[in-house]
Design a protein around this ligand. Sequence first.
Ligand code: FAD
Ligand code: NAP
Ligand code: SF4
Length: 677
Amino acid sequence: MIGKNKYPHLFSPLDLGFTTLKNRVLMGSMHTGLEERDGGFERMAAYFSERARGGVGMIITGGISPNLEGGFGAKLSTSEEAEQHKIVTDAVHAADPDVKMCMQILHMGSLAHGGNAVAPSAVRPRIARQTPNELDASGIEKQLADITNCAEKAKEAGYDGVEVIGSAGYLLSTFLVEKTNRRTDEWGGSYENRMRFPVECIRRIRDAVGPEFILIFRIAAMDMLEGGMSWDEIVQLGKAIEAAGANIMSTHFTWHEAAVPTIATMVPRAAFTSVTGRLRKELNIPLITSNRINMPDVAEEVLTRGDADLISMARPMLADAELVLKTLQGREDEINTCIACNQACLDHTFTGQEVSCLVNPRACHETILKYKPAKTRKKIAVVGAGPAGLSYSEVASGRGHHVTLFDAADEIGGQFNLAKRIPGKEEFYETLRYFTKMIEVRGIDLKLSTYVTAEMLNDGGFDEIVIATGIEPRTPELEGINHSKVVSYIDVIRGKTEVGKKVAIMGAGGIGFDVAELISHKGKSAALDIDTFAKEWGVDFKNHPRGGVTGVEPVVEVADREIYLMQRKATPVGRGLGKTTGWTHRIALARRSVKMINGCDYVKIDDKGLHVRIRDELQILDVDTIVLCAGQTPLRTLYDELQVMGSSVSLIGGAYEASELDAKRAINQASYLAAAV
Ligand code: FAD
Ligand code: NAP
Ligand code: SF4
């Protein structure tokens, strides 16, 4: 296979003594929400076995709690529960007997939901609703026994191993740091005592499951917390865990309360692997690294540098179940790359919705959204090669239909061509690379620079017409809106207009934030340069102070501009942004002194600037540029005309619904429609 020569490290097996991993890629643990749903195990079986067929060497499930106190709902403590898990392990091993399937044991400790949360000390995490109950000595013994029992049940359920999470602010990690462990007994005080609980977990599990069972420990190799773990403590813990019987160490780079983004799209690829590399020099067991490794060349580079023995990809496996297989077959251009947006995965996890993927709506919906070969081959016209039209065309042609895809522009991508220009959103290029390749692979008849009219379609002999013409930017009704100071976000992002030194951005939705990022930005994009990222977020990879961040001040280069980011709503600016990424955008702009103003009424625009009323006070913002980012309205004239003509026509994406439309909705809607045609 081509890939074996091109990616020699990625495709070399890893011998663990009693078992062998067939390659160096594992699907990392991600909570999907399926664990707790009716029929969830059958859906998980389909979801994981697609990834097993897709070539991955090892799979680690989302976190499963060892007991009720551990939280999250999905629990494994009984043989009846183990029977349920067998649905998953049997399916994965049937899909490929060489794929190793491990279950993550997740005891959430003080972050557990409900009133049962337990922790070494009664310290409430900033992000938790309740203060946990302090464990007494017998409570600690119970947790250890439950965690050990959970590992035994995982073995009974047919898993090849378990991963125990010892990071991120969950139970094990809260024993490690003084801030959350104030005990004075044998489980607290000195570092040896604070390490005792995680080490004891691993020792007892190893005793219980025997030597021929994969036992992975997930360590906080850099927890990103002010006053967090020191490098010496991490190394000491790693060595003790190894001695206690773990046979793989997985490195993790966060704590839930940390103020450094570690997986968002603004984080450079493979930003943290050097930390794994340092730890690898101290230990004898293989190390897993992770975070923002989304393409095979990045993974190969990390392995070649000697930073790690194994690469964990979690979200990239949602985006493309066949990532490894495509790599092996030399079809990397066909990989649907994870763009690290978090919009359909982590944002859903943290808002209680089922997980999926923005670029691949089939993720976690394998039994629901099926792309079956079409019974009759139809001739389909799709107008608009934005995310909606592209997704529709890809799915419909993949099912055997003949698709002609039109766009008035001279390139595919629609608004993604604007998104990709925003510093920190460079990953959006990958989606366009993917679709460019798939147009070729699927034989889609692409007609660019073609403005389509209703007559053209009506006379074209198409069985189906799909309108994906997107949106028009909204122009608010306001005195002076045609003033020369007023510009559209499209012209600003495309660099087609001058932007002055004093700027008001009217509208603080996703696009308002992106425009603020673009025009306040100076220097390299942090997403493309690890040193710039480290400087901007105050991380010291070299010296590894406590948590990697203690005493390191963020240093941000800023464009010479005064910027106001404004909205009429009284809610805090940026509240509508993604649950897991919004805070990073708000912090980034605040560090560039962008003034975020809510609750403002726009009064008029004239030579003096933008007249606004903010909390009953009239003000004139003496700005020289006003950028309109005031939302969008659907562009559906073509659809309306075709309907009048009586054509069989469907409407998708922004053209269907523009209010708060995002690409997740556009791609999802297009894929379901194309699966049914
Ligand atoms: P569009 O992308 O608008 O595509 C419509 C296409 O139709 C265009 O290419 C147009 O040329 C073509 N067209 C129109 N009329 C005709 C005609 N008569 N004949 C031929 N062709 C025609 N969404 C997210 O989910 N996450 C993000 O992080 C994100 N960031 C963004 C950042 C920016 C700066 C912008 C502008 C948008 C961002 N979006 C983001 C929104 C996302 O890009 C849109 O939701 C998505 O592009 C909508 O897809 P669509 O296919 O419906 O329409
Ligand atoms: P949006 O999120 O709906 O925001 C529109 C903004 O315009 C709001 O701040 C709104 O605030 C303001 N507005 C609406 N009507 C107005 C009017 N008549 N006059 C003045 N202001 C008005 O839309 P968007 O920013 O255009 O983004 C479009 C889509 O792309 C959204 O779905 C967005 O989620 C997506 N996107 C996502 C990201 C991301 O990072 N996930 C980034 C970019 C875009 P007030 O009404 O309070 O003034
Ligand atoms: Fe990646 Fe976004 Fe898909 Fe999540 S939703 S897997 S971050 S592309």
